[in-house]
Design a protein around this ligand. Structure first.
Ligand code: NDP
Length: 279
């Protein structure tokens, strides 16, 4: 499995597992747990969840998927605090609730889900306190554009923000203009969310010839595109074991210059600043 190095040198898998909309409604929980476990067995050991997802039910599902002797130690577990909870005290309270739902003592990465009205200095003071208490190992942000990162540096100088989780896929390439290089410069991993365009990308006929050439699915082509640049972690979500196995194939795939040129023609790179897309 291709890896991404975080600030401080720790390596995490470049292909992980998203969990938005899992554990909710009348979904087949057993099948979803099996799907996550199949991904873990393929080395997709980074799991992304959030207190927002199903009001905590996604975190509870993840807890079940990683239960069992020695399992938790294999996983790089990511969760997120909602902006409305991200006050100095609220962040600590939200983290402790996530830990409880996830049945773990520590999160590997804790993100501010998006910017809200609480001061970044307060949220980051809470992140530092959680880190000092051993409840989180790294912290970061999500949905931060270049100007947000500049404000963060001004308001919280010398922070050790480890990642910025943003929308990135073939149809949403805006970060290639400036945000990607800004994150690289600030030593933040970029976590690509909606790497399959929430599934919408997969019917694009432009993907099929490449999928055929590499003997994989359209999904694997879309995913390996997001992984082609250094420092990017991609977190596709599927509730189906078969699809997770298809997605895992992206980890060993390499697109050549001609493949990338073909993709650029169908999905052109940005020609100027595009405000960060948010789902
Ligand atoms: P994705 O781009 O990962 O697409 C998920 C959709 O694609 C689902 O409908 C899934 O269906 C389908 N799918 C997955 N694999 C395949 C496949 N091989 N073939 C066909 N269809 C497939 O969208 P998400 O919005 O889920 O984004 C990924 C993750 O990123 C989220 O789950 C979440 O963890 C995170 N995220 C973070 C956000 C943030 O603000 N920080 C915002 C949005 C997402 P099915 O499940 O039925 O297989």
């Amino acid at each position: 499995m291709k890896c991404v190095e975080l600030v401080g040198g720790e390596k995490v898998p470049a292909l992980g597992l998203g969990t938005w909309k899992m554990g909710v409604g009348d979904a087949d929980e057993t099948a979803q747990i099996r799907a996550l476990q199949a991904g873990i067995a393929q080395g997709m050991t980074l799991i992304d969840t959030a207190e927002m997802y199903g009001d905590g039910r996604s975190e509870q599902l993840v807890a079940k998927a990683i239960a069992g002797a020695g399992q938790r130690d294999k996983i790089f577990l990511v969760s997120k605090v909602l902006p409305q909870n991200a006050s100095r005290q609220g962040t600590v309270k939200a983290c402790e609730a996530s830990l409880k739902r996830l049945k773990t003592d520590v999160l590997d990465l804790y993100l501010l889900h998006w910017r809200g009205s609480h001061r970044l200095a307060d949220t980051f003071a809470a992140f530092e306190a959680l880190k000092a208490a051993g409840k989180i190992r790294h912290y970061g942000v999500s949905n931060f554009d270049v100007d947000d990162l500049e404000e963060l540096s001004a308001e919280v100088p010398n922070n050790s923000c480890a990642a910025n989780q943003v929308m990135y896929n073939l149809s949403d390439r805006g970060i290639e203009w400036d945000l990607y290089s800004k994150c690289r410069k600030e030593k933040m991993a970029v976590m690509a969310y909606c790497p399959l365009g929430q599934g919408r990308l997969l019917n694009n006929p432009g993907l099929a010839p490449l999928a055929k050439k590499h003997n994989v699915t359209n999904a694997a082509i879309a995913l390996v595109f997001t992984l082609r640049l250094p420092g990017i972690i991609s977190i596709p979500k599927s509730s189906h074991e078969k699809r997770i196995l298809e997605n895992a194939a992206a980890a060993d795939l390499v697109l050549d210059a001609e493949d990338l040129k073909n993709l650029d023609q169908i999905f052109p790179p940005p020609r100027g600043k595009i405000s960060l897309a948010i789902t």
